[in-house]
Ligand binder design. Structure first.
Ligand code: MV4
Length: 497
């Protein structure tokens, strides 16, 4: 393996270019018409134009991507996340073309992609799953029986599901018929498959995921990430480790995730998602068969470069992670900086990045795919960058993230920066008192701050007040050499400091 085509864009494409260079590999970028001069293209050793801005005609065009790899003489393909990363047919097309697929075997992608099949296989492998059905329910009678068995509240879920579509909470038997019907019709619309199944509804869980790494001889876990801070299934802040997970629970959940991966003959980097209930019981939800957006927090507390390990494992080399006991060190937090306008219900905001001040200093990592002058469009995801910090403990990581958020300045597009500052300043967040519904309950954190014109008036008022205060402290100019009075020298020192 000498040359890697990166079938992606933005921050993750740039992240992979950097890993390739550190592994001594050539990086081949691909770009749509909207990304001609993007940072990931400029950082790569070669770049291939693959089509118009529309994803279906560029970053999602399997034939075009395989052809681009041939054109550039690449011998491997890294899919990043999103786009084609979890499409078994893409992995197969890459391998059919004689290229190395930098990801898990297509069969593992397929097995984990079907939710009810994944449930059956996990149950067989001894991985805890939420009590409920392991096959679709299509009649009311059996559904009522099953719901009674697992106990209300129950959840109706789409078998083909994901992203929360086709999900309904049912708190009493009389709600079940309507929920089955509406979930099925939503599932049919979203996935072209109306089958639904039933699970016990877990109240107030945290969303905890376990990072997995597997080479040809070993499958290991790299602890958990806490991903409960989300809104409408979009994660906004992640951390590692989790306040809710101690060393024992980490080994239990880690062992379950390793079993899950082994059950599908997994290779490379992957993530098992769990719900963690307040009573510390945990349940496998699904496995993400790709590198994830939030992988940096794991890298910082385990001292492992996950993307470099992906490259090594795909090349048939052993992973470079010690075989001994692995432990997280310190604390890492990631804030996703998105071009979403809090003043307009967090709708994506577009425009040119007119000014960008990137935070720096000890313990700060900035993973971004945009630079000053870049145009933010509606063609792609609204995530502009990931601001990641490391510190020796959680309290210091929060202080450091608040300092970094204070340094950050983005002009030209609206961002969610102010939301992050409110969240990191919040006592409940600081206490780690969170679950997946935290932001639903905290409209005060999500609500937009003061409008721009009001903000300008506040800034002017603050500047005037500051100036007034400084004038008061400044000693009167000593007109005729009386400044030798000790109090006046003292006052001058204070005032001029
Ligand atoms: C659940 C659940 C509670 N109980 N299943 C949402 C997306 C899908 N992948 C699984 N999801 C959930 N399944 C049971 N039995 C709550 C959720 C859920 C959720 C899970 C993870 C992260 C965010 C979430 C937000 C709302 C609901």
């Amino acid at each position: 393996m000498k040359s890697v085509l990166i079938a992606n864009r933005g921050e993750i494409a740039l992240r992979i270019v950097r890993a390739c260079h550190e592994e001594g590999l050539e990086a081949v970028a691909v770009y749509s018409a909207a990304d001609r001069s993007s940072p990931h293209v400029r950082a790569a050793d070669r770049a291939v134009a693959i089509g118009p801005a529309t994803p279906s005609q560029s970053y999602l065009d399997i034939d075009r991507l395989v052809e681009a790899a041939r054109e550039a003489g690449a011998d491997a393909v890294h899919p990043g996340y999103g786009f084609l990363a979890e499409r078994a047919v893409f992995a197969e097309a890459v391998e059919r073309a004689g290229l190395v697929w930098i990801g898990p075997p297509p069969a593992a992608i397929r097995a984990m992609g079907d939710k009810t099949e994944a449930r059956r296989r996990m149950a067989l492998a001894g991985v805890p799953i939420v009590p409920g059905a392991s096959a679709p329910v299509d009649e009311l009678g059996p559904a009522l029986g099953l719901a009674r068995e697992v106990g209300y509240p129950v959840m109706v879920k789409a078998a083909a599901g994901g992203g929360g579509k086709g999900m309904r909470i049912v708190r009493a038997p009389e709600e079940l018929p309507g929920a089955l019907e509406s979930a099925a019709s939503e599932a049919l619309r979203a996935f072209g498959d109306a089958s639904v199944y039933l699970e016990k509804f877990i109240e107030r869980p945290r969303h905890i995921e376990i990072q997995i790494l597997a080479d040809d001889t070993r499958t290991i876990h790299l602890g958990e990430r806490e991903c409960s801070i989300q809104r409408r299934h979009q994660k906004l802040v992640e951390e590692a480790p989790s306040m809710a997970v101690d060393a024992d629970l980490r080994e239990w959940m880690g062992a379950a995730a390793v079993s899950a991966a082994e059950a599908v003959a997994y290779r490379g980097a992957g993530t098992c998602e769990f719900l963690l209930a307040p009573d510390r019981s945990f349940y496998f939800l699904e496995m993400n068969t790709r590198i994830q957006v939030e992988h940096p927090v794991t890298e910082l507390v385990y001292g492992v470069d996950l993307v470099r390990e992906q490259l090594r494992i795909a090349a048939g080399e052993p992973m470079r992670v010690s075989a001994g006991w692995l432990q997280p060190r310190g604390w890492a937090i990631e804030c996703r900086i998105t071009s979403e306008d809090p003043a307009h219900g967090f709708l994506p905001s577009t425009g040119r990045i007119e000014y960008l001040r990137v935070p720096g200093g000890p313990g700060i990592r900035w993973d971004s795919g945009v630079e000053v002058g870049d145009e933010v469009t509606l063609h792609y995801d609204s995530m502009l960058a990931k601001l990641i910090v490391w510190a020796p403990d959680r309290a210091q990581a929060i202080v450091r993230m608040r300092r970094a958020l204070d340094e950050l300045a983005v002009l030209g597009v609206a961002t969610n920066q102010a939301f992050h500052r409110r969240l990191l300043a919040d006592p409940a967040f600081q206490d780690g008192d969170i679950d997946i519904q935290f932001l639903d309950r905290r409209a005060d954190l999500v609500r937009p701050g003061p409008p721009a014109d009001e903000l300008l008036q506040l800034a002017v008022a603050a500047a005037l007040a500051e100036d007034e205060g400084r004038r008061m402290r400044r000693p009167a100019v000593a007109a005729e050499g009386q400044a030798s009075d000790a109090w006046m020298l003292r006052a001058r020192g204070e005032g001029l400091r």
